[in-house]
Design a binder for this molecule. Structure first.
Ligand code: SR1
Ligand code: MG
Length: 418
């Protein structure tokens, strides 16, 4: 095996020109391949390679955090976890992720299906004010299916424990989340940044907010200790590609065993952030409709998730948890329903917490969202961000007293109008 070497636009054809998995997709004449590097994420290289017969995406990990540079080393093995997460997600939610043509562990690269235009990153579509009709249904189903089927509710416990062990080594990427999401926003961490000086007062207030900091640490504890299911681990609107009819989840390199509510909370937080950012973008009349659409999407996503999770609970509860011998086999269908209600209730309570701190870290931490960053007027950006921060604080700290998605959306609408 050749030692790892980062690809470039120039070297890629020679390096992959003889790879049959690649040539089968795009043709053999590598001299005619057109290669573009399009990675705009925080970590990796991403190439689109077009040949005479088609196109593929080549995603390669770098031994450091791309956003920061080689002062922050990061192991190549994240590519291994991404590959294994994608194979499981495809099995559990067929058609929801790009198909894989080739994986090279030593070169930390995955060759996968090119999701050609009109596919677009969901975050970008929402910034443009586009209303995608299917996202709530598709993402709700994806989350319910992958999160239920990766857990001890469904899997043979031997397989679940083997996967738990496999993904347990994704230590460094979990470490990024543990620091960047749960801790750094709440103190003056070196890599933090926020819109200054407009947000300085509110930031100081949040960092002195004892209830908020305690809640963030309780959530971090949950994230680290509740190895419930195989998570996507970074399910935000930048990790989803869409057309008007299709939705695909990408980039599960943060995959590991954690709480079901984490993926759901992170995802909904990104819809709420999009909601609060709309005022910063042009075309006011369209933005009102967009805000209504986004709140509708959060409600529908949660409803679809609940319905599908409940359906799987009733039809695919084949794992060792809440075993049927205790309930249905004794004619006690209501016992199983009671346990389901408990589980959905705790997912709900926890997802609000995860959503609240995800909002905070995208405004106060290192890794910001284009939803807010694309607002050129700093005062307007800070106004949008301040509202989102207040919303995040409220849902994180009061998560046990909030009883439904309408209550959260009414709160968001009220804060937005302030
Ligand atoms: C240093 S990595 C920063 C963020 O980028 C990824 O997409 C994750 O969201 C991570 O927290
Ligand atoms: Mg990513």
């Amino acid at each position: 095996k050749l030692p790892f070497e980062a690809l470039s636009v120039e070297t890629l054809p020679a390096r992959l020109g003889a790879n049959e998995a690649v040539t089968a997709q795009i043709g053999k004449d590598a001299r005619r391949w057109k290669v573009r590097e399009v990675g705009d994420g925080n970590l990796n290289l991403v190439f689109i390679v077009e040949g005479a017969e088609g196109a593929v995406v080549v995603k390669q990990a770098l031994p450091y955090v791309r956003l920061v540079g080689d002062s922050w080393p990061l192991p190549l093995k994240r590519s291994f976890f991404e590959y294994h997460a994608l194979t499981r997600q495809e099995r559990r939610a067929p058609g929801s992720v790009p198909s894989i043509h080739h994986f090279d562990e030593a070169q930390a690269l995955i060759v996968m299906e090119y999701l050609a235009p009109p596919h677009i990153i969901l975050r970008r579509a929402l910034i443009e004010g586009r209303q995608l009709p299917n996202i709530a249904r598709d993402i709700g189903l994806f989350m319910a299916r992958t999160l239920f089927r990766g857990s001890d509710l469904h899997m043979p416990t031997k397989d679940r424990k083997a996967d738990l062990a496999l993904f347990a080594d994704n230590v460094e990427l979990c470490g990024i989340t543990e620091d960047l999401v749960f801790t750094d926003p709440y103190f003056d961490a070196k890599l933090n940044r926020h819109t200054s000086p407009q947000l300085d007062g509110l930031v100081a207030e949040l960092r002195a907010d004892r209830d908020l900091k305690v809640e963030a640490q309780r959530l971090k504890h949950l994230f680290a200790a509740n190895a419930e299911t195989l998570l996507h681990g970074d399910l935000h609107s930048g990790s989803i590609m869409v057309t008007d009819t299709e939705t695909r989840m990408i980039d599960p390199e943060f995959a590991f065993y954690g709480p079901i509510a984490f993926d759901v909370g992170m995802l909904l937080a990104n819809f709420w952030m999009s909601f609060f950012s709309q005022r910063g973008h042009e075309q006011t009349e369209k933005r009102d409709a967009m805000r209504a659409y986004l709140l509708g999407v959060t409600a529908e996503t949660w409803a679809v998730f609940r319905a599908e999770f409940s359906h799987l609970w009733r039809t695919e509860r084949t794992g060792m948890l809440y075993h049927r011998s205790l309930f249905e086999d004794q004619g006690d269908r209501l016992g199983a329903e009671q346990a389901l209600d408990h589980m959905l209730h705790s997912i709900w309570t926890d997802l609000l917490g995860f959503a609240g701190i995800e909002v905070h870290r995208r405004i106060l931490g290192l890794a910001h969202n284009a939803d807010f960053e694309a607002i050129a007027d700093e005062n307007l950006r800070a106004t949008c961000e301040a509202k989102a921060l207040k919303f995040g604080r409220h849902i994180a700290v009061n998560r046990r007293q909030i009883h439904g998605i309408d209550e959260v959306n009414n709160l968001a609408a009220r804060i937005e109008q302030e």
